[in-house]
Design a protein around this ligand. Structure first.
Ligand SMILES: NC(=O)c1ccc[n+]([C@@H]2O[C@H](COP(=O)([O-])OP(=O)(O)OC[C@H]3O[C@@H](n4cnc5c(N)ncnc54)[C@H](OP(=O)(O)O)[C@@H]3O)[C@@H](O)[C@H]2O)c1
Length: 291
């Protein structure tokens, strides 16, 4: 099964590459090979690779910067996704598109279901929400996988920033009134590869008709914690001497508003694909052991 992966240099793309261990079935493209804000470049890649599955791991993910770069965020997270869905339809490709908890406003008091009403708080979330809609409208074999609080050994992420700050500072204030489910990119990548495999082994007829391969799913590691809780766990794990203090969102203003309650329900993806989702703390340890 030929699988095309965009965003090969990102957190998720890098984990997909590592876990597929240079398998000839997987073709990874980066920003140079397929600039997502230039949809006219997509067709040539599709014609060359003829993918049976497309994993769209590329995205504009700079949440704060997006407030000032609305057009670029929408081009990459929305328009490009619509164009990719149209090509997937034409080439008979399953589209696995990754989205975000930031499509919600965080005012819920129960874990968000896939069917809950979306209401993004900023440009990044709105652009991803538009991407979800264009993907689902453009192709009848599209699955959206929303995820949250992604970290990894690769790229820029909260865990790596905290590792640096814990070394550099004597005290560190971290937001304690935003909660969510941290997700190790390696766990998300494994889940996506598991789903890809389940699709690949189906007879063609079933690939076309299995209802599991259309719609929205959510994936996040188990456990609901705050950014402060996550930092304390990192500090304990690396035996940092820095004092970590809880602060409020109001004490740490950012250009983009974040959802206070960013908890995704994952029951649907677990039941549909028989996935086992790890606990955040076990995955954090696994990630930290790589540094
Ligand atoms: N990170 C999170 O906390 C988080 C939370 C929820 C959902 N998600 C979603 O999860 C998915 C994977 O995120 P991630 O954490 O792996 O993101 P990431 O590390 O920022 O990776 C994004 C990738 O997209 C590429 N990219 C950005 N703009 C591009 C463009 N114009 N053309 C081509 N490629 C472009 C980047 O290329 P460069 O390497 O060249 O910059 C990078 O390889 C995304 O859909 C994201 O929205 C992430």
């Amino acid at each position: 099964m030929r699988v095309l992966v965009t965003g090969s240099g990102g957190q998720l793309g890098s984990e997909l590459r590592r876990l597929t261990d240079s398998s000839a079935d997987f073709v990874f493209v980066d920003r140079q090979a397929m600039p997502l804000e230039q949809p006219e470049t997509f067709r040539a890649v599709f014609e060359e690779v003829r993918p049976e599955v497309l994993i769209n791991a590329g995205a504009y993910t700079a949440v704060d910067k997006a407030e000032a770069e609305r057009a670029l965020a929408y081009a990459v997270n929305a328009s490009a996704v619509g164009e990719l869905a149209a090509l997937c339809k034409e080439f008979g490709t399953l589209l696995i598109h990754v989205s975000t908890d930031y499509v919600f406003d965080g005012t819920a008091t129960h874990p968000y279901l896939e069917t809950d009403t979306v209401h993004p708080l900023g440009v990044y979330g709105s652009s991803k929400e538009e991407g979800e809609r264009l993907a689902l409208a453009g192709h009848n074999r599209t699955i959206i996988i929303r995820t949250s609080w992604v970290y990894s050994y690769y790229g820029k992420n909260f865990v790596k920033t905290m590792l640096r700050l814990l070394r550099e500072k004597e005290t560190l204030g971290v937001v304690n009134d935003q909660v969510g489910r941290p997700t190790y990119a390696a766990d998300l990548a494994s889940a996506i590869l598991d789903i890809t495999h389940q699709y690949a082994v189906l007879p063609l007829e079933q690939q076309l008709t299995d209802p599991r391969f259309y719609g929205i799913y959510q994936y996040a590691d188990y456990g609901v914690i705050s950014w402060y809780d996550l930092t304390v766990a990192i500090a304990q794990e690396v035996h940092a001497t820095c004092t970590v203090k809880p602060i409020t969102t109001a004490e740490y203003p950012t250009p983009a508003k974040r959802p206070a309650y960013s908890v995704l329900s994952t029951t649907k993806i677990e039941e549909a694909f028989g996935l086992h989702i790890p606990l955040w703390k076990d995955s954090l340890k696994a990630c930290l052991s790589r540094f």
